[in-house]
Design a protein around this ligand. Structure first.
Ligand SMILES: Nc1ncnc2c1ncn2[C@@H]1O[C@H](COP(=O)(O)OP(=O)(O)O)[C@@H](O)[C@H]1O
Ligand SMILES: [Mg+2]
Length: 427
């Protein structure tokens, strides 16, 4: 009877904790004010319910089955007590709490058993729970506070490298991409999630970092209105807004890749080495932005016959693509193109499948529609982030400072095309 009352009492406590956690913002407060043991108990409870038991028997932690063998029938009533051996300690940080489990895992219990319990623990505690490896052991990390909803431009610092750009802040601090490491980027998300804003934020940093002698940007955007202001920027070699002009640029880029390989033969392995050896004839980096891939007519569109074959050769030639799409489906981006897009940035999507298509994991579909610029980036590992907010005025300020009217770099082939009237080069 006493045991039943104790059990009922602890369940009520857990329920209370869950209620605290659900009322967002109060969870960490609840934990700070002494509810950590209760949360730990809830975790033990779920492990037990999932038959992932662990018992402390004379100092050793055993799996439930092993303890049953040692303790025989007596195991049942003491389970509640012995199961405490699971969570060793709870360590809060700025965003949540790590519940460290006993290490090593009890005999007969593996990572898969722990993964099975994640949903149950999340339901009990409210919030997002992850299984994390911590040293030799495991822990459950409960996020009690999300990322900031809006991260002002002022908090942002330029990362060091020439081809680097900060995209936002994650749980571990600033999140950056580096085209020198992974040369091409895919940004995928539903309309209005913040794709163009992020593309522009990345470009703004490149424009601040690299002079017009070091960088030439081509912007392919069929919407015509979004990138008008960029036309005048010194580093922007062209803003084109028709499929035909886009194709002409792609052809130029392809020819440029071949020309650069020829130039570098016998001199250097890549643009970096070449520019060091030939300081008088330095080659600029070229960054090509394609916003809304779907508009080019799907994966078999002529533009891909130019872009597809060169992607893997581009890094050595100093040429980089940043692609944006609302529809990251196989009919829009071919598998071999996607395989070359080493950085995958995903913002809110409407479906789980779209999330999988972009970052090879679910989760983007859970981002609420009002949360602009929230996303996950696969850049080696997978990371949550909130994109920096570059207000229009700030961007305009940066663009104006770099619109001096100086002569721009032109791709040799693009110049020919422009002479024939095929390219919409202004100035
Ligand atoms: N990082 C951000 N933080 C806050 N608001 C943002 C952010 N990025 C975009 N927004 C808001 O969302 C709107 C849509 O963004 P946009 O980049 O045009 O989306 P998309 O290109 O995906 O359609 C912007 O006008 C802006 O108001
Ligand atoms: Mg857009």
């Amino acid at each position: 009877m006493l045991e039943i009352m104790l059990l009922a009492g602890s369940l009520l406590g857990i329920w209370h904790f869950r209620k605290l956690a659900m009322e967002s913002g109060e969870a960490i407060e609840g934990m700070a004010s002494g509810n950590l043991p209760l949360a730990a108990k809830a975790i033990n409870q779920v492990l037990l319910q999932n038959k992932v038991g662990a018992m402390s028997v004379r100092g050793a932690t055993l799996s439930e089955n092993a303890a049953d063998l040692v303790l025989g029938k007596k195991a049942q009533p003491v389970r509640e007590k012995f199961v405490q051996a699971w969570v060793q300690y709870a360590k809060p940080d700025d965003f949540g709490v790590l519940f460290k489990l006993h290490s090593p895992l009890p005999v007969g219990v593996g990572q898969k058993d722990l993964e099975k319990c994640l949903d149950g623990i999340a339901t009990y505690l409210g919030g997002k729970v992850e299984l994390v490896k911590d040293g030799n052991g495991y822990g459950f990390y409960l996020r009690t506070r999300g990322l900031e909803e809006k991260i002002p431009y002022e908090t942002f610092k330029f990362p060091g490298g020439k081809l680097m750009a900060a995209i936002g802040e994650g749980y571990g601090g600033p999140v950056a991409i580096d085209l020198a490491t992974r040369p091409h980027v895919l940004i995928g998300a539903d309309s209005g999630a913040g794709k163009s804003t992020l593309q522009k934020a990345i470009l703004c940093q490149m424009v601040e970092n690299l002079s017009a002698d070091e960088l030439a940007i081509y912007i392919l955007d069929l919407k015509k209105l979004e990138w008008v202001e960029w036309q005048a920027v010194d580093q922007v070699a062209g803003v084109v807004s028709t499929v035909a002009d886009g194709l002409a640029v792609a052809k130029s880029i392809r020819a440029e890749v071949e020309a650069r390989y020829e130039k570098m033969t016998g001199i250097a392995k890549d643009i970096h080495g070449y520019n060091q050896k030939c300081p008088q004839k330095k080659l600029p980096y070229i960054v090509v932005i394609m916003d809304e891939l779907f508009d080019y007519g799907g994966k078999d569109a002529p533009i891909w016959r130019e872009v597809g074959p060169i992607l893997s050769k581009c890094r050595a030639a100093g040429i980089h693509f940043i692609l944006g799409t609302q529809r990251p489906t196989t009919d829009v981006i071919a598998g071999d193109v996607k395989a070359n897009l080493g950085v995958r940035i995903g913002l809110r999507t409407t479906s789980h499948q779209e999330s999988l298509n972009i970052i090879e994991a679910g989760g983007l579909e859970d981002i609420p529609p009002h949360q602009k610029g929230r996303g996950m980036v696969r850049n080696g590992g997978l990371e949550d982030f909130q994109a920096y907010w570059f207000p229009e005025e700030k961007m305009s300020e940066i663009l104006e400072a770099h619109s001096t009217g100086r002569e721009k770099y032109r791709l040799p082939v693009a110049v020919e095309e422009a002479k024939k009237g095929k390219l919409g080069h202004k100035n």
